[in-house]
Design a protein around this ligand. Structure first.
Ligand code: AMP
Length: 126
């Protein structure tokens, strides 16, 4: 079964400029903006501009140029937030909630980048 992209999702509206956002970084193929309900001192969502529902949809069908841009954009955001350990930052966590079990609310691929405090271990709620 393939993916059907719903262009009425909230991130599609952000990309069309119909809903405001607090942009951290924009590249040719990506937008990074602050999560409206931050769960850590730094909580940024990085999304591709293309109509991809989730990570596997993107990984399997996006162009190499889009994939490189997305990966580099995440790296650039870690630098902009000064959380990258390579330059002395305290680190961060990347999360891509996907589908029903992953509890994905917005059906447009987004990676959560959270940082700014110790984040604890993963999957405590089992
Ligand atoms: P997920 O559950 O992984 O689909 O996460 C969706 C995320 O989108 C949540 O963390 C929300 O707080 C965030 N969110 C929803 N609407 C907006 C918005 N208008 N601007 C920024 N973040 C949003």
């Amino acid at each position: 079964m393939g993916y059907l992209y719903d262009d009425q999702n909230i991130f599609a509206k952000i990309l069309r400029g119909e809903i405001p956002n607090t942009t951290v970084l924009e590249t040719e193929h990506c937008l990074a903006f602050r999560d409206i309900s931050a769960q850590a001192p730094e909580h940024v969502l990085v999304i591709p501009k293309g109509p991809y529902v989730c990570f596997d949809h993107f990984a399997n069908t996006a162009s190499a140029e889009e994939i490189v841009d997305f990966t580099r954009a995440i790296g650039q955001v870690t630098s902009a937030l000064k959380v990258d350990p390579g330059t002395g930052g305290d680190g961060y966590r990347l999360l891509a909630n996907t589908g029903k079990d992953g509890v994905q609310d917005v059906p447009h691929l987004h990676v959560h980048l959270v940082a700014g405090r110790p984040l604890g271990r993963m999957l405590r709620d089992g």
